[in-house]
Design a protein around this ligand. Structure first.
Ligand code: MCA
Ligand code: AMP
Length: 511
């Protein structure tokens, strides 16, 4: 096993299996940064298609190179320079991809932000990251950004502002920050995980090697581009391999199946909720022609894995990652893809299990150096000997397959989106009919987990009333889907709510 200080002695049989003789080069031939790695493909063969969207069709590698350079010059003319943060919140499109690439080429630090966020959620990101500009495709969200900080320049994804003079591009150092991804980690308000070019490039390179990703691959990309899955895996992976991607602004089984057929796609990446919706589609079999289907962001139930194979002939490859680390562990491309497991550590990653129940801890070029301006959180997140604590509980079997067995952190994952109970509890508690509340995740066949609120109060609002009440503060995916009235919440001697007793149904709701 790669770590010599682990407290486990399981054999890592298979852990070298991702490589199968291929070379893993996290610097991409010395390129060192994302845009420099991507430019190798742009310059080598500029005429090949790279990004497709429904409005504008295909854009070639050369067009992405020149359009992103022009957009970077326009951003520079606004006064933006390397190290400045830029909030980016827009639906997937060619223009968004161009703007994202432009930001990275200029050395800006992209802060991807969920398009479902409401005013409070946006304000938190603006106040914390202090971006100098924002790329946003919705006037209401632009207003919320202005309300949070009127000095933030607001632009559309087209970056439709006057041209600027020529500037030097692609000169960031590998250790320079490229992205700040907001995530709550264990507790509290979301904090920004700062990922460098070197972190993100190492992850893209690990996936290129492990998934045998080549410039002939064409990905159907129906994930949003404001989270690691769509952005760091789908988009960065495509640009790093020199392949192409078909962007789907809004997931539906039909859109994925149509795009697969129309564009001769070779790959699809999705969250388990997407596979749940695809599996019963009468045309699901068409996915059998793809070279690779990958699932991640939440556990893929073994039964769904098997049903999907029956329906489509595809044996889905499940992998595991985090905002702070990009991708960590993946089932193998060439060996058995084992349902209910996430596979073997990716090239460049060391993984160990610590304690009982065992927490997964990791180290590697892909792992971030820390949270934005949060030394307190960094002390908790890393062990004294420098391992990142994932907060996920795991086990490794005899053949080295990692199984995620639970979470030490309080987190609900619904449809691949992370929801922090504390944030929902704070919003629900503001309702006048609520005296006390605890929010937990309940198993759900479609969403994986759904948000359940146990509420104590004289006149507890029903689920519709509560959803309406929290809608100004919380993105819709965080709204409670069930509300139980409880006489009291179970607490331990220290007064802390014992959530496991709610989730296990030990405390029966009154209704
Ligand atoms: C939408 N809704 C949700 C969710 N998504 N509710 C709970 N959980 C969700 N995930 C709400 C909508 O706002 C709407 O609310 C109602 O559910 C029905 O919406 P519907 O049209 O059915 O949903 P949809 O728009 O089709 O979205 C489903 C989706 C989407 C396509 C599965 O949730 C999605 O794109 N998920 C992917 C998230 C993702 O990229 N995660 C990666 C994180 P109302 O009725 O009130 O209007 S990165 C990560 O986790 C790590 C790094 C990793 O390992 O990848
Ligand atoms: P995020 O904070 O959005 O980066 O979400 C990361 C978390 O998603 C991880 O810490 C895991 O708890 C979870 N996760 C991601 N992929 C998987 C998977 N394949 N199986 C189980 N959990 C996963």
């Amino acid at each position: 096993m790669r770590s010599d200080d682990s407290n486990t002695d399981h054999g890592p049989a298979g852990w070298e299996g991702h490589l199968a003789g291929a070379a893993f080069d996290p610097t991409a031939g010395g390129a060192g940064t994302l845009p420099r790695a991507w430019a190798r493909h742009w310059r080598a063969d500029p005429g090949r298609p790279q990004i497709w969207d429904r409005r504008d069709g295909w854009m070639t590698r050369g067009e992405l190179d020149s359009a992103s350079a022009e957009a970077a010059q326009r951003l520079a003319a606004l006064g933006l320079s390397a190290g400045d943060r830029i909030l980016v919140s827009a639906a997937a499109s060619r223009a968004l991809v161009t703007a994202h690439v432009a930001c990275l080429r200029l050395g800006l630090v992209v802060v991807p932000t969920n398009t479902a966020y409401q005013a409070d959620e946006i304000a938190h990101v603006v106040n914390d990251a202090r971006p100098r500009a924002a790329i946003v495709d919705d006037p209401e969200r632009a207003d919320w950004i202005r309300a949070a900080d009127a000095s933030v320049e607001r632009l559309g994804p087209e970056v439709d502002i006057p041209n600027g003079a020529s500037v030097t591009l692609d000169v960031s150092a590998p250790r320079a920050p490229a992205l700040i991804g907001y995530t709550s980690g264990t507790t509290g308000r979301p904090k920004g995980a700062v990922l460098s070019h070197a972190n993100l490039l190492a992850s893209a390179e690990a996936l290129r090697v492990a998934w045998r990703w080549t410039d002939s691959d064409r990905l159907v990309l129906a994930l949003p581009l404001f989270h690691m899955h769509g952005l760091g895996v789908g988009l960065h992976g495509t640009l790093h391999a020199g392949g192409s991607a078909v962007l789907i602004e809004r997931f539906s089984p039909e859109a994925v199946l149509d795009a697969t057929a129309a564009h001769d796609a070779t790959m699809f990446f999705g969250v388990p909720t997407m596979y749940h919706r695809l599996v019963d589609h009468p045309r699901a079999q068409a996915l059998g022609g793809l070279r690779l289907c990958v699932s991640g962001s939440a556990p893929l139930p073994a039964a769904l894995h098997q049903r999907f194979e029956q329906a489509s002939g595809q044996r889905v490859l499940e992998r595991y990652g985090m905002t702070e680390t990009a991708m960590l562990v993946s089932n193998p491309h060439d060996a058995e893809r084992r349902p209910g497991t996430v596979g073997w550590p990716l090239p460049g990653l060391s993984l160990r299990l610590v304690g009982e129940p065992a927490e997964i801890q990791v180290k590697g070029v892909n792992v971030f150096a820390g949270y934005w301006e949060r030394p307190d959180a960094n002390r908790e997140a890393f062990t004294d000997d420098g391992w990142f604590r994932t907060g996920d509980l795991g086990a490794v079997d005899d053949e080295g397959y990692v199984r995620i067995e639970g979470r030490a952190k309080e987190l609900i994952i619904s449809g691949g989106y992370n929801i922090y109970p504390r944030e929902v509890e704070d919003a629900v508690r503001a309702h006048p009919g609520v005296e006390d509340v605890a929010v937990v995740g309940e198993p759900d066949p479609e969403w994986g987990e759904r948000v359940a609120a146990y509420v104590v109060g004289e006149s507890v609002p029903d689920v519709e009333a509560l959803r309406a009440f929290v809608s100004e503060r919380l993105a819709p995916y965080k709204h409670p889907r069930v509300v139980y009235t409880a006489a009291a919440l179970p607490r331990n001697a220290l007064g802390k709510v014992q959530k496991h007793r709610l989730a296990n149904g030990e405390v029966s709701p009154e209704s």
